[in-house]
Design a protein around this ligand. Structure first.
Ligand SMILES: *Cc1c(COP(=O)(O)O)cnc(C)c1O
Length: 371
């Protein structure tokens, strides 16, 4: 469970560091920070750790950012044995640099890797690896600004790097961390996203890998996302594979439904991705006096609820956008209107963003200091 601390262990990687001879200039870095976009500019370094059955995790190193040379038979290119994580590093007003619940990302990667038959990198080593890269590329963490939401997006990932076309778990696996500056997700203010309900595609079934953070789940969501875009919507909503009746999540965000009596409902775990933002909001909403129910939530409850006014707000959450109000829901032949309000959504959003950026007390002990 994302809310439970992973088994405590001490970091055990021996990380060597080779810094680049050609760091990005201050001028160029300022240009990138002024308009970072998302996932297009990468920092000066990357972190790599290798795994083999005999040696375990070894050869951990921070080196200059560079392309990989892969044999065309590299297993991940054929069988998608891969897991990844997404997290951010934030600069606080005093210049210090922090990550948000990184041990939860590490624990989730342990679970994802187990599902993908990849070797488990202990969460403590995961945190140590992320810290090493963020420390090496500290100048890439954007400066703190008053209401700012800029951060350094960090992408740990693990893949089957053995060159072998036989189908079995790879005997050579590579774990890496790269990072990319990120601006505010919403330029010109937060605005509700319009959602497309796909009735043709599903993202996960019982016993599948819906709860694992793995590229395959994204590959299978893209055609549904294309369908959403073709219908003028921002994002796609998936229903459960068995009955086509219960709301699961978006392609990369979890969902919440706020009711007029203050109750908040979010789909229960199982086939959805266990979002760390999702888990944090459950704790935060509780503190704000809202009862949170984790349970199956049907698409009829959504449609009827917004029409009758019993559902006052719908929002989506994930590391990239933090919290996003949801507006209109459309499907083939119909639509349900945007809920009446975004008040609680924006309060929860602000509370979370303020803790992450060090503008509010970290009463839950969620922040981890890197620099
Ligand atoms: C990463 C992800 C989320 C959000 O998880 P966070 O830990 O909150 O960033 C939600 N759904 C899917 C499918 C994801 O991959």
């Amino acid at each position: 469970m994302p809310t439970m601390p992973s088994t405590p262990s001490t970091p055990s990687l021996h990380i060597s560091t080779t810094l680049t001879d050609t760091p990005t200039s201050d001028e160029r870095l300022a240009e990138i920070h002024a308009d970072p976009g998302f996932g297009t500019h990468f920092t000066d370094h990357m972190l790599t750790v290798e795994w083999t059955p005999d040696a375990g995790w070894h050869d951990a190193r921070v080196t200059p950012y560079a392309p990989l040379t892969l044999d065309p038979a590299t297993a991940v290119l054929h069988y998608a044995q891969e897991t990844f994580e997404g997290m951010k590093a934030y600069r606080h007003a005093d210049g210090s640099v922090w990550t948000f619940r990184p041990e939860e990302n590490g624990a989730r990667m342990e679970r994802s890797s187990h599902r993908l038959a990849l070797p488990v990198l202990p969460a403590a080593d995961f945190v140590q690896a992320v810290d090493a890269l963020v420390t090496a590329d500290e100048r890439w963490v954007p400066g703190a600004s008053e209401a700012g939401e800029k951060s350094l997006y960090v992408r740990p990932f693990m893949f089957a790097s053995e060159a072998f076309l036989g189908v079995r778990p790879a005997q050579h696996v590579t774990f890496m961390v790269i990072a990319s500056p990120a601006g505010s997700y919403f330029k010109g203010g937060v605005r509700p996203v319009t959602l497309w309900l796909t009735e043709e595609y599903t993202r996960a079934g019982r016993g599948g890998m819906g709860a694992a953070k793995t590229g395959g789940n994204y590959a299978s969501s893209l055609v549904a996302q294309q369908e959403a875009t073709a219908h003028g919507c921002d994002q796609v909503v998936f229903l459960d594979a068995q009955e086509g009746r219960y709301v699961e999540e978006l392609g990369g965000m979890n969902l919440y439904f706020v009711h007029d009596d203050g109750r908040i409902v979010t789909p229960g775990l199982g086939t959805i991705l266990e979002g760390i933002t999702r888990a944090s909001i459950i704790e935060l909403a509780g503190k704000l006096g809202h009862q949170v129910e984790e349970r199956p939530f049907s698409i009829d409850e959504w449609r009827d609820g917004v029409r009758s006014g019993r559902i006052t707000e719908v929002f989506a959450c994930g590391t990239a956008a933090v919290v996003t109000p949801v507006g209109e829901l459309r499907w083939d032949g119909g639509s349900a209107p945007a809920p009446a309000s975004t008040d609680l959504t924006m309060r929860i959003r602000q509370a979370l963003v303020d803790v992450q950026h060090g503008r509010a007390d970290d009463t839950f002990g969620w922040m981890h200091r890197v620099v």
